[in-house]
Design a binder for this molecule. Sequence first.
Ligand SMILES: Cc1cc2nc3c(=O)[nH]c(=O)nc-3n(C[C@H](O)[C@H](O)[C@H](O)COP(=O)(O)O)c2cc1C
Length: 192
Amino acid sequence: MDLKTYLSSRRTIPSAQLSGPGPDRQQCSELLTLASRSPDHGKLVPWRFIVIYVEGLQKLGEFCVEREKSRALDEGRVLSEAEINKTATVFSNAPLVVVLVSTAQGHQKIPLWEQELAVGAVGMNLLHASKALGFSAQWLTGWMAYDDKVIGLLGVSEPERIAGFFHIGTAQQAPVERARPDITAITTDWPA
Ligand SMILES: Cc1cc2nc3c(=O)[nH]c(=O)nc-3n(C[C@H](O)[C@H](O)[C@H](O)COP(=O)(O)O)c2cc1C
């Protein structure tokens, strides 16, 4: 597929529709190498990856269910079956999850914002690289990306932040199109 055709038809496959096979270790390394070939002002490399395969995903899923129950208890909320089920299964579909961690921090020359933009570019590239290797992926955050206990479990510490959980595997169904931005509505000429 040529690049223009790919870009004009690219779609995320929801993680619930992903299963094996997923990238093996060598493919994962290639994937992360491709994704890291991203614009990076100052060449600071303000990101790192945490790679989680099936065994780790099962542990993470179980931890998140317990954590969600404890959060709900603290907030005096009753969790629905659907909520528990959603959390219990979120890490059980794709056989590989790559956690993209922002390591952006204050710098004398490169603003934090630009470092964070570079991390976002790596995220987009991870989706492209997954496709290039024959897989599909979804970029998710959810409450887990902001929960101090989950963050701690994964060994992420201040000023690091989780930019996303990238669920990577094989699509079980073809994607349907979704509405896209009206480019004229978000584009102006200058001077007008
Ligand atoms: C930083 C970031 C976090 C996201 N987190 C979630 C999420 O937690 N849950 C969700 O349903 N979609 C989330 N999305 C959206 C999906 O990744 C994706 O945009 C959507 O499924 C459609 O994408 P597509 O335009 O690539 O087809 C997130 C997107 C970004 C950029």
